[in-house]
Design a protein around this ligand. Structure first.
Ligand SMILES: [Zn+2]
Length: 299
């Protein structure tokens, strides 16, 4: 095949990956990658220490591409979208915001989505829902599941412990407010846990944001956890490193370590928003820290 022909293929880099968790169908979809300032990956260590880790990982020291994954869960007649990517409102990030058209490319019409689960209201997790014209294509009875604490937090958000580049806090405030305004009628808030469908449990962790939640899937002995922003790539080698986007970094660290320890003990699979696509891995312990062991692709 000539290079010309290759470039005419639908996609050179795959952006969706299907995995089964017992009887539950899971599709990991890449929203793309989002360049972020590397220093936000570790705000409580010397820059040389973070620089050494970035060198070890063959990542640049100034700006890194942050992968962005969303998940579609299908079971019992429900189609559940977990997070929605960055959206297309931010022209500076042309390589992210692909969720809506990649859903369609996967044969999933937005009108077939019965439930949306949001891990939290940062723009890289809700932006896709703010895409122009999308809301009119969604079911009028769409249920959007979100922790009560998350909706309350964004009425008066506290950024005092975050370390983010200049314009970002304002953008996060604006997009979360816009989302709550547009989707308030669809919201199905939950306090600490909610079972969206049999074997699909949303569980509030707090930490990253007060209402940050994870999604636990379990069917016929198989387990997979979508960890949202509880775990980042740096968090395996350095679980104590604080991320600049964490609104309560100490609590976020506690949540991360507890979740990684649990997954190392149970052997359940992990998918997280910002792990390299398709992100499906298992967690092993390595002394006091952890290893992300990628799962073999299942054809
Ligand atoms: Zn995020």
């Amino acid at each position: 095949m000539s290079v010309d022909n290759i470039s005419q293929l639908d996609e050179l880099v795959p952006s969706r990956y299907a995995v089964e968790v017992g009887d539950i169908e899971v599709l990991v979809i890449s929203d793309g990658v989002l360049p972020i300032t590397s220093s936000t990956l570790a705000t409580n260590v010397a820059s040389a220490e973070l620089g050494g880790w970035l060198d070890d990982m063959f990542l640049p020291r100034d700006v890194v591409d942050w992968p962005l994954n969303v998940v579609v869960v299908r079971t019992g007649g429900r189609t559940i979208l977990v997070d929605a990517g960055l959206g297309v409102e931010f022209p500076d990030f042309p390589r992210a915001g692909q969720t809506v058209h990649r859903l369609e490319a996967a044969g999933i019409d937005p009108g077939s989505v019965t439930d949306v689960v949001l891990t939290h209201l940062h723009m890289d997790h809700i932006g896709g829902l703010l895409t122009d014209g999308l809301k009119a294509r969604l079911r009028p009875d769409l249920r959007v599941h979100l922790a009560t604490a998350e909706a309350e937090f964004w009425e008066k958000p506290d950024f005092s412990q975050t370390v983010m580049p200049g314009p970002i806090p304002d953008v996060l405030r604006r997009t979360a407010t816009q989302f709550l305004d547009e989707y308030r009628g669809q919201l199905r808030p939950f306090e600490s846990e909610y079972e969206v469908a049999p074997g699909v449990l949303i569980s509030r962790t707090g930490g990253h944001t007060p209402g940050h939640s994870i999604v636990r899937l379990e069917s016929r002995g198989d387990q997979l956890t979508f960890a949202g922003d509880a775990v980042f790539a740096v968090g395996f080698d350095n679980p104590e490193w604080q991320n600049g986007f964490e609104h309560d970094p100490a609590e976020a660290t506690r949540v991360r370590v507890e979740l990684l320890r649990e997954l190392a003990a149970t052997g359940g699979a992990l998918v997280a928003t910002h792990l390299p696509f398709p992100s499906v891995c298992h967690v092993a312990t390595a002394g006091d820290v952890f290893r992300c062991v990628p799962a073999t692709w299942d054809y």
